[in-house]
Design a protein around this ligand. Structure first.
Ligand SMILES: Cc1ncc(COP(=O)(O)O)c(C=O)c1O
Length: 395
């Protein structure tokens, strides 16, 4: 009666949601303060003052016409401001014509994939990766190709990457900083990737787009810099959102910015606007386009996330978990204490710990902790992690 593919996908996509529902059950049974829910990447942080002031301004001053439709790509002034903001970071010429406002990064990714993919074309992703990529690529008739990581640092294995490129490769999605590992790919690594792409483009006579999914771009620690993708890749398309950097996940606001170096850039931008419209988004939320324009450059308090990262990383490694120290985003991706990460995560439920298995990110044997949660929950969870580790260490 319903779409067979979607019914089938419901099972594949269920990990994070399943954990969330499990958390609700456990909270009812034991009380919310006894449940340590690390399953969702839903920022606890309130938006910064710039966002609140801007919202107040638009609500109190009731400027005429602000609730109407606008250009499918979004307000030209907002797009121009974002273009100039990105131009400063990259030193390539950008204008409003390079930017389309979108319904979050998720909406933006779907718009880009719809605009570039033909049936059966391939999109490469680096494992571990945001699980939704599979569904987004499939939405638009493409095929996801997964490149395995070097487990010592969770950077992509470059020879696997090179071998995974075929004449059907249309795009590579890079998520920097990465969900679920928190790893930030260095400029050096990205330049190697660019060299490989250019070589393969010449060999096959194709164009390979680099879609840079970077909603965590502002959330970095220890002075780490996220390299500018426009400076490194010729065919770069940035997809970004304010869900994490401004704590606006529920407001669904983001953008696509495409490099001026892309051949036929004007045609691409028309295609992106068209897809924004015909996927049914029509345009990104109007009020929040204006609010993020006023708040560009502001961000939530990164020190609060750093405090959580440091506390969890120190305690988990002390307890005996192996983990790469994240340099960005708000996730940790430790090794499970048994090979079967799904079983491990199930056993963690006994201690009211809600974790997500690495299998859900194309990387079995690991699990994800999302630490965008209240600090006292993290403090209280440590004894539960200790008990979990004791169970596997046989003490
Ligand atoms: C890697 C990655 N890309 C995209 C998204 C979607 O973000 P948005 O809320 O902007 O749609 C998320 C959300 O968690 C994410 O982790």
């Amino acid at each position: 009666m319903f779409s067979k593919k979607i019914i089938n996908n419901l099972d594949k996509a269920s990990w994070i949601r399943a954990m969330f529902e499990e958390g609700e059950k456990l909270s009812k049974k034991y009380g919310a303060d006894k449940v340590y829910d690390f399953s969702l990447g839903n920022p606890y942080a309130e938006p910064p003052v710039e966002v609140m002031e801007s919202l107040k301004k638009y609500i109190l001053n009731s400027e005429k016409g602000i609730h109407r439709y606008m250009n499918n790509a979004g307000y030209p002034k907002v797009r121009e401001k974002i273009a100039k903001f990105l131009q400063k970071q990259s030193n390539i010429e950008l204008s409003a014509n390079n930017v389309v406002m979108t319904v979050g990064a998720a909406g933006g990714l779907n718009v880009v994939l719809k605009a570039i993919l033909n049936n059966e074309e391939e999109v490469i992703v680096f494992a571990p990766y945001f699980v939704e990529y599979n569904f987004y690529v499939d939405n638009h008739g493409g095929r996801t190709v997964v490149v395995s990581p070097d487990k010592s640092n969770f950077e992509p294995n470059l020879s696997d990457f090179q071998n995974s490129i075929t004449k059907n490769t249309k795009a590579l999605i890079i998520n920097n900083p990465n969900n679920p590992t928190g790893v930030v790919y260095s400029e050096e690594k990205l330049k190697y990737i660019a060299e490989i792409i250019e070589k393969k483009e010449k060999e096959y006579g194709t164009t390979i787009f680099v879609i840079s999914d970077q909603p965590y771009g502002e959330i970095v620690y220890d002075g780490t810099k996220v390299p500018s993708m426009f400076s490194i890749f010729n065919n770069a398309i940035i997809v970004n959102s304010f869900s994490k950097s401004l704590g606006l996940a529920g407001e669904r606001i983001g953008y696509i910015a495409a490099s001026s170096k892309i051949k036929d850039i004007n045609l691409l931008m028309s295609a992106l606007s068209f897809c924004n419209r015909t996927l049914g988004f029509v345009n990104a939320p109007g009020l929040f386009q204006k609010v993020v324009c006023d708040s560009l450059g502001a961000k939530i308090d990164i020190e609060e996330y750093k405090k959580r990262r440091d506390f969890l990383y120190e305690n988990l490694t002390r307890i005996g978990f192996e983990c790469v120290k994240p340099q960005g985003a708000f996730y940790l991706f430790p090794k499970a204490l048994i090979d079967d990460d799904v079983e491990f995560v199930k056993r963690a439920l006994k201690y009211n710990l809600l974790l997500v298995p690495g299998s859900g990110f194309g990387c079995p044997g690991y699990f994800r902790i999302s630490y965008c949660v209240q600090f006292d929950m993290i403090e209280n969870s440590i004894s539960a992690f200790e008990k979990l580790a004791e169970e596997f260490n046989g003490n």
